[in-house]
Design a protein around this ligand. Structure first.
Ligand SMILES: Nc1nc2c(c(=O)[nH]1)N[C@H]1C(S)=C(S)[C@@H](COP(=O)(O)OP(=O)(O)OC[C@H]3O[C@@H](n4cnc5c(=O)[nH]c(N)nc54)[C@H](O)[C@@H]3O)O[C@H]1N2
Ligand SMILES: Nc1nc2c(c(=O)[nH]1)N[C@H]1C(S)=C(S)[C@@H](COP(=O)(O)OP(=O)(O)OC[C@H]3O[C@@H](n4cnc5c(=O)[nH]c(N)nc54)[C@H](O)[C@@H]3O)O[C@H]1N2
Ligand code: SF4
Ligand SMILES: [Mo]
Length: 711
């Protein structure tokens, strides 16, 4: 084990009394100033931060130069963390709905009410009537809370947002070579395909893996001489950084991958040795892709045939080559199968689990969050058998149709399901049918506004927590330190969850009293303890790079081989080979809605968060719809005009930006508005949630048929 960092105390005092980490909590006295080393919790990167805390208030935020993930770098949101920490808009007291209105309540009253209602619902409808709905994995403790309570209650319905984020990619890759899903080895690749990913803005160059100085992975690779190709319909900062831009038409990646497979297979450019020894179904794949020539794919993808051919050849022959698949390959109706095709591409070219290719890093081993033992299956299990846990679209269906059973209560923790899922109006309708909705958040949100009980949580600087990340050279464990006291009556979710468990007769399922207990329990298999982290965080558990680990035991598939004809898919009633299905033609619909809208994550915000941070609000006040000059001209639309975007589901107003960042026929709309007070429209109101990927239940939040008119 190797400690990164200095070995100096983690909190150093600029005042007279050197403060130890544990004493930081009450930085109350007048002269008290200290630096707290912690991690940012606003996105997955979890950058190391140094907070200057004076008189119990965060005064300054800097990137931690010693944290390997960011080495002092801090993004625009990170810079605004101080304003966020000191926001005056925090939820300060529990709220309880009374005669239709949310009013302030004591913790006693709120917790008694939640316990009583949930027990009553269990008595009448069974434990499965409770659903947990969480948000993005921004650190471990932010996706763990209330899961334990829901499971102890007896419900298997743990439903997050992974149908929109990485779930489809994971299912697609695992169908071919089993878990874990592969991650690009940026620092050793000679060619890197950035496929539907924009890490220059998203700061997410990997999904299950982080990289040292992640904000420099691409520039570092370029400096080393690696070639970077961005496959993206939109002109993004990542595209600008790449050597080549393959401007695939939105949603047509399947045709592009199939044509690349066709070239590689027909020209014998695959890794013959690897294929012979490790690939099952290769002949079938060979026959299957014969019809998918570059000439066939060109009109579909709007990528010229010779560009496709060159891309296939260079990917297959530049050894080693890595692919970063991004969130542009989720949120589409062919999501799982597109990723299956990509996984086969990686494997047959011999780029799987080799240095500079796509690595298969073992995940950090953590003790499990105990799961429910339930008589009834999770919602969605029958329709989406390959989706782990429950999935949110099936929860919505069940609320509306009552099939296979109707949930009655929901706990939303650290997420905003009303805004982030396709078809906001239908999500609202569904949540309106709940008997009881509990929301834990730190701000009033579009989801919290619907709640029967709102539980004010503490924020990232007011609690202890932890993050366990995979780096190419090992496992990195960081401690989140408590730097300041929470405002008002905000209380840590761990404490709240425990109190609820006690009130509901579930105390036995909750032996953890403090964050320390919980962190020690979860980290036990790693050998790192809370005390170790107190002393020096982050801690890197070095795992010398190991490649081709499959040589020992094979791949984690039924045949122990890479299955380019996926038995996991085939055995569950899905197509076992990736197949192109043209969108059925519907002239009436296409005439009425001739454009296709996608959505964009603005670099200033993360999802629906931060619109209440004034500095960011000023920098980027409202959501923008980007439209191609040709489409703008024919509609008389100019930059700055208010436009109405209408889809078959809803109509929403945005400001227009005429720009050739988007191809003709496409519209690109900023995602994440719709919370109370942010004054922006929600792009997800336009998306259809019934059109879904049959494997992953992913909805087309990034492929919305629409028309635009100037207002
Ligand atoms: N159209 C479209 N839709 C999308 C996407 C897209 O690109 N386009 N992206 C998708 C993706 S990738 C994802 S991951 C999802 C995101 O889905 P979510 O994770 O549900 O979205 P967030 O807006 O991040 O919601 C996080 C909530 O947690 C609250 N919060 C912050 N800190 C704390 C805390 O310490 N405690 C508690 N209790 N709450 C806290 C915030 O105030 C916020 O309300 O959206 C998906 N939806
Ligand atoms: N600023 C900011 N950073 C974030 C987030 C945020 O909300 N804001 N969210 C965080 C989360 S939860 C996630 S999951 C990550 C996501 O981070 P990334 O995986 O980098 O994904 P995105 O940033 O959503 O970028 C997706 C890219 O796919 C492209 N794309 C859209 N449609 C298609 C298509 O049909 N084909 C292809 N090939 N490309 C397409 C888009 O133009 C875009 O460039 O970002 C994280 N970081
Ligand atoms: S929001 Fe910015 S500073 Fe915070 S973890 Fe993400 S990239 Fe790092
Ligand atoms: Mo995400």
């Amino acid at each position: 084990m190797n400690a990164l960092g200095t070995g100096r105390p983690n909190t150093k005092s600029a005042g007279r009394n050197p403060a130890r980490a544990g004493e930081m909590h009450s930085a109350g006295s007048e002269s008290d100033e200290s630096i707290v080393r912690t991690i940012c919790g606003f996105c997955h990167a979890n950058c190391g931060l140094l907070l200057t805390v004076r008189d119990g208030v965060v005064k300054e935020v800097k990137g931690d130069p010693e944290h390997p993930v960011n080495r002092g770098f801090i993004c625009p949101k990170g810079k605004a963390v101080r304003d966020f920490a000191n926001s005056s808009e925090r939820l300060l007291h529990p709220l309880v709905r009374d005669n239709g209105i949310l009013r302030q309540a004591s913790w006693e009253e709120a917790l008694d009410l939640v316990a009583r209602k949930l027990l009553d619902i269990r008595e009448k409808h069974g434990p499965e009537a409770l659903v947990w709905a969480g948000g993005a994995v921004v650190s471990e403790e932010t996706v763990e809370r209330f899961v334990q309570l829901t499971a102890a209650f007896g419900s298997p319905n743990i439903a997050g947002n992974s149908h929109l984020c990485s779930g489809p990619r994971r299912i697609g890759h695992e169908a071919v070579y089993g878990p874990p899903r592969s991650e690009p080895d940026y620092d050793n690749a000679k060619l890197i395909l950035m496929w539907g990913a924009n890490p220059v803005d998203s700061h997410r160059p990997g999904e299950g893996m982080v990289y040292e100085r992640y904000n420099q992975v691409l520039t570092r690779a370029k400096r080393r001489g690696a070639r970077i190709v961005a496959i993206d319909p939109h002109l993004t900062p990542t595209v600008k950084l790449a050597h080549q831009w393959v401007q695939v038409a939105p949603g047509t990646d399947m045709a592009l991958v199939l044509a690349m497979l066709n070239v590689i297979v027909s020209e014998g450019l695959y890794d013959q040795e690897f294929v012979a020894r490790w690939v099952a179904g290769f002949e079938e794949l060979q026959g299957h892709v014969r019809e998918y020539t570059p000439e066939w794919a060109a009109p579909i993808t709007r990528v010229p045939a010779d560009v496709i051919r060159d891309l296939a050849r260079s990917y297959a022959t530049t050894k080693p080559a890595a692919i970063r698949d991004g969130n542009g390959l989720d949120m589409r109706t062919d999501a799982a199968h597109v990723n299956e095709a990509l996984a086969s591409l990686i494997a047959i070219t011999g780029n799987l689990d080799v240095k500079g290719g796509n690595l298969l890093p073992p995940p950090v081993p953590l003790s499990p969050v105990p799961a429910a033992r339930s008589a009834r299956p999770a919602l969605g299990a029958a329709r989406y058998p390959l989706f782990p846990n429950a999935n949110f679209p099936s929860v919505i269906d069940a609320l509306i149709t009552g099939e296979p059973y109707r949930p009655k209560a929901m706990i939303v923790f650290h997420g905003n399901p009303v805004l982030i899922n396709a078809n906001e109006d239908r999500v609202r309708e569904a949540l309106g049918r709940l008997e009881f909705l509990v929301v834990s958040d730190i701000f009033m949100t579009a989801t919290a506004e619907l709640a029967d009980v709102v539980l004010p949580d503490v924020n990232d600087f007011e609690r202890e927590g932890y993050r366990a990340q995979v780096l190419p050279r090992g496992w990195l464990i960081s401690l989140r330190r408590k730097a300041v006291e929470p405002p008002g009556e905000a209380r840590p979710a761990l404490e709240v969850e425990r109190e609820l468990a006690a009130r509901m007769g579930l105390a036995d399922a909750f032996p953890w009293r403090t964050p320390e207990d919980w962190i020690n329990y979860r980290l036990k298999p790693t050998g790192v303890t809370y005390a170790d982290l107190q002393e020096r965080s982050p801690i890197l558990i070095e795992k010398p790079s190991q490649y081709r680990r499959y040589e020992a035991n094979g791949f984690a598939t039924p045949s122990k081989k890479v299955e380019v004809v996926s038995s996991r898919f085939g055995n569950n009633g899905y197509e076992a080979l990736p197949t192109f299905h043209p969108t059925p033609s519907n002239p009436e619909l296409e005439q009425r809605y001739p454009l296709v809208a996608s959505s964009r994550k603005p670099p200033h915000y993360v999802h629906t968060k931060f619109r209440n941070v004034r500095s960011l609000q000023r920098a980027y006040p409202l959501p923008i719809a980007r439209i191609h000059p040709q489409d703008a001209a024919s509609r008389g639309i100019g930059t700055g005009d208010a436009v109405q975007v209408e889809s078959p589901v809803a109509a929403v107003t945005f400001k227009a930006l005429v720009s050739d960042e988007v191809p003709a026929g496409a519209v690109l709309i900023d995602f994440g508005w719709g919370n109370p007070g942010d004054r922006g429209g929600n792009v997800n109101r336009l998306a259809d949630d019934l059109e879904r990927d049959p494997v992953s239940s992913s909805t087309p939040n990034r492929a919305i048929r629409c028309q635009i008119t100037k207002l």
